[in-house]
Design a protein around this ligand. Structure first.
Ligand code: NQM
Length: 360
């Protein structure tokens, strides 16, 4: 026997996955995780028996509820699954899936449209981070069609803006978890930083690469992947994250000088495959490193003048612009990050899971 669970299958930014109302999933975490593994078809490299797309970016789940926190409209819990593992990780954020939260809430009646545009405050439960998300709601309906274009997604869609209010130290104890803006770890100069996503930045040249390689070339580069994983594990300890062998963070970011009109060039391992673009909070964190004096990006990144800086982060399929506001009293401190995403409702329906998983 199988049991149906209501879901909306959505693209959020450059990620995709099923979204659920929290009340439609088991309340108990171990049981919920078994259900999510069955929903996605993990572990299996092709996720042939579920909704997953055989890649970390299509092995994501969103869980949403009305918030009980004063001033907050919605709570969002993001779950990262993997094609070939039986893990359900709710530790780090996902700014891409986050883009679909307000459309999901409006589609399911969890929230109401406010006029031509709707702005809701969302609390991400993964790291206790708040943001304001604005979607287009002409005539009280979510608009998906529009002129906004984000690299990594074909065509254009209605714009969704995300304004992050406080991102420093999401999973780590602070913005610079080693206490330094630059360290030498396992023989490589790195900047360990967390402004929404724990990242290790290092020059691609430091590991004998250009940083302009294709995603396919990097994913096939076993020697590099082993080198980067060794570095990641060493950095995990230095960042106070313990043994990160089986964790999805920190993500590893190779940087190089910009070459397509942006401010920095990146190749991002998340953490074991190279991202086709770059994660949202990963981009916010890279942009933050660009404005920090003494980071490994210092001297490589081209940083515009002024307190409001738009940092264009180049990645394998284009660029990602992050609008940073710096503290006028401390130009080394990022106080706000805003960015553009899009999302789309792909399918609404019920996902079937074995009934035995829902029995107590
Ligand atoms: O950094 C990929 C993605 C992400 C996460 C990853 C993300 C973020 O592109 O906020 O969006 O880093 O695993 O969805």
């Amino acid at each position: 026997m199988q049991t149906p669970i209501k879901t909306l299958f959505m693209r959020g930014g450059t990620s995709r996955g099923p979204f659920f109302l929290e009340s439609d999933l088991p309340a108990e975490q171990a049981q919920r995780d078994k259900v999510l593994l069955a929903v996605m078809g993990s572990p299996d490299p092709r996720q042939i028996d579920g909704l997953g797309g055989g890649h970390p970016l299509t092995s994501k789940v969103g869980i949403v509820r009305k918030s009980a926190v004063p001033g907050v409209d919605l709570d969002f819990l993001f779950a990262q699954l993997q094609p070939n593992k039986d893990t359900v990780d709710t530790t780090p954020n996902c700014g891409n899936m986050l883009a679909a939260v307000v459309p999901f809430a409006l589609e399911t009646g969890l929230a109401s449209a406010q006029g031509e545009q709707t702005t809701l405050r969302v609390l991400t439960l993964n790291t206790d981070m708040q943001c304001d998300i604005t979607v287009q709601t002409p005539g009280g309906q979510v608009a998906y069609e529009g002129d906004a274009r984000i690299d990594g997604v074909p065509g254009t869609s209605a714009p969704i803006t995300i304004n992050f209010l406080d991102t420093a130290g999401s999973v780590c104890a602070g913005l610079l978890p080693t206490g330094q803006v630059r360290d030498v770890i396992d023989g490589v100069e790195v900047t360990c930083i967390d402004n929404g996503m724990p990242l290790v930045l290092f020059k691609a040249q430091a590991v004998g690469r250009t940083g302009y390689e294709t995603v396919e070339a990097l994913n096939a580069d076993t020697e590099l992947k082993q080198r980067v994983e060794r570095l990641r594990i060493a950095c995990g300890h230095a960042m106070g994250l313990g043994d990160v062998t089986s964790k999805n963070y920190p993500k590893m970011t190779l940087i190089a000088a910009p070459r397509d009109g942006g401010n920095i060039s990146t190749r991002s391992f998340i953490p074991h495959v190279c991202h086709d673009a770059i994660g949202v909070l990963a981009a916010v964190t890279v942009a933050t490193a660009c404005v920090l004096r003494g980071s490994v990006a210092d001297g490589l990144a081209i940083v515009p003048e002024g307190e409001a800086k738009v940092i264009s982060v180049e990645h394998p399929t284009g660029e990602f612009s992050v609008d940073l506001a710096l503290d006028p009293a401390d130009p080394q401190k990022v106080v706000r990050a805003a960015l553009l995403r899009t999302a789309r409702l792909i399918m609404r329906g019920e996902v079937m899971v074995p009934q035995s998983l829902l029995e107590k």
